[in-house]
Write a protein that binds this ligand. Sequence first.
Ligand SMILES: C[S@@+](CC[C@H](N)C(=O)[O-])C[C@H]1O[C@@H](n2cnc3c(N)ncnc32)[C@H](O)[C@@H]1O
Length: 378
Amino acid sequence: MSDERAAARLRMALVERLRLTGSVRTEAVADAMSQVPREVFTPGASSLERAYEDRVVVLSTDDRGLPDSTVSQPAMVALMLEQLAIRPGMRVLEIGTGSGYNAALLARLTGVEGEVVSIEVSADLAGAAARRLAGLGVHVDVRAGDGWEGVADRAPFDRIEATVGVPDLPPAWVEQLAPDGVLVTPMWLRPGLELAVAWERAADGTLTSVSVSRCGFLQLRGPHAGPGRTHALTGDLAVIGEDLPPAALDVLRDLLDHGAVDAGPVLGPVDVRLTGFALAEPRSVLFLGHPGDGLTWGLFDPERPALAVLMRDRILVYGDRDAAVDLYYGVAGAPVVNADRLRLEAVPVGTDFPDAPGAGGRAWTVEREHYRYRLTEM
Ligand SMILES: C[S@@+](CC[C@H](N)C(=O)[O-])C[C@H]1O[C@@H](n2cnc3c(N)ncnc32)[C@H](O)[C@@H]1O
């Protein structure tokens, strides 16, 4: 079988799998994914088969060897395209061109009457993506630059899609959205809680989510990257937390150096309560690597100073033992939250939410530099 026919078969099989799992829901997205050759955009894939697995393919790495650009997992690509609900003729902005694969899908969805602009912070990646797209005869206006600013000279856009995560909405994206537009972006909200949110903007400027799904994305790079949420501690150990300046990280390293005391068992199954705990507790942290294997949840209070962590069914505490009490009751009292059923609202900092949260449902707020976010259960 020729490579082209083999690729077409693998593409169809991938699309069928994504239909079965619910990531592909419409004929438009199925058609786009059936047409665009992913192998052209995945130079890092070791084989044709690998290019059509439902997996991330690394495109480039930073000086520590960590990925700084990837071709996203096809299931996530499909879910976000479904969230965008693109119609032929629309004007679309993508932030994070990467390989150009998603830009090619956007071009397919907008059709010959539509327009796709895509911006990438790495000039090398932008150049390579532009060449791949041109080689396939796909028209996309690829820009090299900081996507945090959007692309003002081509605004407004009917759809804006960020394929890179942000902890806060860049005001330029909201300003460059057409009145009936939809903005889809991965948002980092709390440790362990990153959501791909489709936002619509009301006349009063409030943004409301129309759909939400869990995701995991590389975070925005460049001058507006902010302090970052993942910090290296020692060796392989890293910590994810909300507000961890260097002085707080020194306190944390010092606590870890001094060893822990077993503070007793946790109450009941905790896994299902961790999202609720993280939403209600800004001091929640998530460790990657040691201590323990994989992910370890905890509560870190640099003021006390104290760290309590969940180690399987027990709580270990470093420093002030009251942290163990806070963690115990924080998790035991946390509600079970289904992230897919969260509704988000965003208003500019300094303004109030237009209405009180709906009666009965729980609500949490997250404050950031440009916007305030309210999450409620539907
Ligand atoms: C997950 S990859 C995007 C995948 C891409 N859409 C594709 O189809 O291959 C995220 C991309 O966002 C880029 N990026 C990070 N910060 C950026 C910024 N400030 N402006 C524009 N692009 C940025 C990264 O360099 C990386 O290529």
